[in-house]
Design a binder for this molecule. Structure first.
Ligand SMILES: *Cc1c(COP(=O)(O)O)cnc(C)c1O
Length: 495
């Protein structure tokens, strides 16, 4: 059955999956959501026998219903190939009472590769299906990882251009080096003087700028998004939760139908929302555990029903989660308030105008599925050190947030369900924070010496993504104020 998509703030206008992917953001500023969540049409046992690629097809076909089987399988085949350093595409590592679902085996060693290796293929296919004649300009705000993964996916893809805005002083040295060394004739990378929220708000504003859209259309351009506001990012993220469940089932760690918990280190609420969608589709999930760093706006929301971004923005050792406006929470709100776009639009207006809203009437329902807690930087550093010393396994600073929060959850609830922890980045991406957590003495060493030291202590060879930037020349040096983002677009496109 065909699934159509409507805006979380909208007038009921419906578009197909491919149109939603092509547009990125709805015209009224809302996010596209499926009008209903379909159920799996194969049993978990059946799916547990499938490869990652076949699992991807089984999940994506249910939500991207206007793509033909051939189109979808092509997109999947081109995405999940030797770009990943493991044949299974993801890995499951058991350490100290939990299973770490490693989602960082793609080209840029963060979980963003899971969706961004397939999104360009979905986008091009969607453009072809809808006979879009304009060149697509991917406009991206990044807290560090989306930027590089989107650049890697869209560089030199015909019919597209890509612009990435990142917070100049808000990403790790490796993240920045990865982005500013990006090659490609269709790419632009710009630092902004501001934080991720500034970058994301600026991008959303450009999306809503009708004059700019008209001007661009005259020159043969239209915007789309590679952020998790694009439904084409979320759908591929459902896949790995289903696949991981299947692996546990296949290895007889769980019985069919047995419920598991999923812990997700959260920023923009995309990854955990994908897990929520997986649950709605029929994955047996007990609790979705939302883990925040010191920017704990989501945790407060889940405990009180009040969302309040009026607080200090803290730069932490898990920069990809330094966010106060979690875009995808809007999709959850819309769903739990009974697909009520008007109600949701009210919340979003209040958020924009006052920086806060109160959804306490929805709290009980949200708490049914979700638990939220946070981890300080000191707790994360201690976690990295202890886990390494006890097991030899090294996790990154974002995964550490999830791991600390999981400990707190178990302590509080005594819940013994089997648990997956989403491991969202390779420790090599945050080497300095990881190594100094293990031993303060590493503080004195330079970045690439630390890379080699990490490789030695963890017994993991240095990922290709890091080798690449060791000697790569810096190609992008532009920095702008947040008010200048529009001008940067105009310059890049010669408008
Ligand atoms: C993006 C990112 C997150 C947060 O994911 P969301 O989908 O934005 O909640 C967590 N960890 C890492 C390493 C990331 O790159």
């Amino acid at each position: 059955m065909e699934i159509l998509y409507s805006s979380t703030r909208g007038n009921g206008q419906k578009v197909t999956a491919s149109q939603a992917i092509l547009q990125g953001l709805a015209q009224d500023g809302g996010l596209f959501v499926p009008e209903r969540i379909p159920a799996f049409d194969k049993t978990l046992q059946e799916m547990s026998m499938l490869s990652y690629q076949d699992t991807a097809y089984e999940v994506m076909k249910l939500l991207l219903t206007d793509f033909t089987e051939e189109e979808l399988r092509n997109c999947i085949r081109n995405a999940y190939d030797e770009k990943f350093d493991t044949e299974q595409i993801v890995s499951l590592v058991q350490a100290k009472g939990a299973y770490y679902l490693e989602l960082f085996h793609g080209k840029t060693i963060a979980f963003k590769d899971m969706a961004l290796s397939v999104l360009p293929h979905l986008m091009i296919t969607a453009a072809r299906k809808n006979k879009a004649e304009n060149e697509i300009v991917i406009l991206t705000a990044t807290s560090g990882d989306t930027g590089k993964a989107a650049l890697a996916g869209f560089a030199d893809v015909d019919g597209t251009k890509i612009m990435v805005f990142y917070p100049k002083n808000g990403v790790s040295p490796v993240q920045e080096k990865q982005m500013v060394t990006q090659k490609g004739r269709n790419v632009s990378v710009i630092g902004i003087e501001g934080n991720f929220d500034d970058a994301q708000s600026g991008v959303k504003k450009l999306f809503g700028d009708q004059k700019l859209a008209e001007h661009m259309a005259q020159k043969g351009y239209q915007f789309s998004s590679a952020n998790s506001i694009n439904i084409g990012r979320l759908v591929p993220q459902i896949v790995y939760y289903v696949y991981a469940y299947g692996q546990l089932l296949k290895e007889e760690r769980i019985a069919e139908g047995q419920k598991i918990n999923i812990v997700v280190p959260t920023g923009n609420f995309g990854n955990i929302l994908a897990a929520f969608y997986a649950k709605q589709m029929g994955l047996p999930v007990a609790k979705l555990i939302c883990a925040s760093n010191e920017n704990k706006v989501l945790v407060d929301f889940m405990q009180t029903g009040v969302y309040d971004r009026n607080r200090e923005f803290i730069l932490t050792s898990s920069p990809s989660m330094d966010i106060l406006i979690s875009s995808n929470l809007e999709r959850l709100l819309y769903r739990v308030c009974g697909n009520d776009a008007q109600k949701n639009a009210q919340f979003m207006d209040q958020l924009k105008e006052q920086g806060t809203y109160c959804a306490s009437a929805l709290l009980a329902e949200i708490q049914n599925d979700f638990y939220g807690n946070c981890a300080s930087q000191a707790e994360c550093a201690a976690k990295i050190k202890n886990l390494y010393e006890d097991t030899g396994y090294v996790i990154d600073t974002h995964t550490a947030v999830a791991s600390v929060v999981y400990d707190k959850y178990v302590e509080e609830t005594k819940d013994e369900n089997i648990t997956l922890i989403a491991s969202t980045a390779s420790p090599f991406k945050f080497t300095r924070s990881v190594m100094t957590a293990i031993d303060q003495a590493y503080e004195m060493q330079e970045d690439f010496a630390l890379v080699d030291a990490l490789s030695a202590i963890s017994n993991v060879s240095v990922p290709e993504a890091i080798e690449e930037i060791r000697t790569a020349p810096v190609l992008h040096t532009k920095v702008c104020k947040k008010e200048e983002m529009k001008q940067m677009v105009e310059e890049f496109l010669n408008l």
